[in-house]
Design a protein. Sequence first.
Length: 388
Amino acid sequence: MEKRIVLLGSGELGKEFVIACKRLGQYVVAVDSYANAPAMQVADAYEVINMLDGLALDVVIAKHRPDIIVPEIEAIRTERFYHYEQQGIQVVPSAKAANFTMNRKAIRDLAAIDLNLKTAEYRYATSEASLRAAVAEVGMPCVVKPLMSSSGKGQSVIKSQNDISKSWQYAVEGSRGDLVEVIVEAFIDFDYEITLLTVTQQNGPTLFCAPIGHRQERGDYQESWQPMPMLEQQLREAEQMAAKVTEALGGAGLFGVEFFISKTAVYFSELSPRPHDTGMVTLAGTQNLNEFELHARAVLGLPINEIQLLKKGASAVILAAADSNSPRFEGIDAALSVPNSDIRLFGKPTSRPYRRMGVALVYGDLDKEIEYITSQAKRVAARVSVVG
Ligand SMILES: Nc1ncnc2c1ncn2[C@@H]1O[C@H](COP(=O)(O)OP(=O)(O)O)[C@@H](O)[C@H]1O
Ligand SMILES: [Mg+2]
């Protein structure tokens, strides 16, 4: 049952997804805005286009006639997905899921208003003046995020009236697209945050992975670990919320559902309708199927009988320090001399400061301390440097 898959976005997450698909005998065309992107290196074919250009997307879809379209990023002309779905092409997980999550407003209103999930108090603003009014209603401190942005771009925390003006400017500069609107959220003083990988199936129940803890810095995750120890009751609450929101979005695939957890509450934050970067921890062999294998099976309609946590694990990112057109890695020998370690080097053709170039992975038995495993993953990552 070879299917033709067009993957939109060809980064490190796409690369692992392609590998999972190739192991299941599928044909994959990897698409991105630059040549030699990580997923293109392992795919059957590739296309270089601007994925925000609907016409360019149409040309690629008409040329490759895919059975399945798998988005890997948000910055795509996702409105076209409804049209592709009408043509009988499977859009992953669904055209609705891709469209609702490419703009923070649609998914937040769906979760908070339609589904009545607990979220941070929030308002929207389209100008500095309306931001000022929104801040007055939500209270300080609060977090400002462009509706269309990812990886923390344009995000800032407002602590006093004096911050409002520069926060608006920063959001304008970090916005994707020309229409600028922001969401203003009450700052949640959470104890920790998690990603709950949730798998919806064509013919089977919704399944959950063990919760993944992570630490964010500059808008990107630095380390993630699985499982995040948490109260059983709060985990059940998060699972129920994840089941509701993924059901409302429809389709089959793996979602990364993000929550903030405090002593007294579980807050829905946002979700990715596809593998999540913090979920790369599953590449450490923590589960019977990693997040990319789960996504591939769900998308192809193949059965997933259960998701088992086999080991504890942690991931730590390997970042570049400088701009380069020929980045190389040093220190891999020393890194892999750490017990129970592994590494993924993405093969990105260029580097810039803080660009994620690889990830260090460490696993351990279920009776090991998760803090220890995480510190070992950081040690592995620290031994690798990106030069050139
Ligand atoms: N309301 C909030 N209160 C506290 N921290 C927040 C809030 N919103 C976001 N953050 C922090 O910022 C990170 C990135 O925010 P998020 O909404 O997930 O945006 P992105 O789409 O860039 O991942 C979160 O993982 C969390 O650490
Ligand atoms: Mg996030």
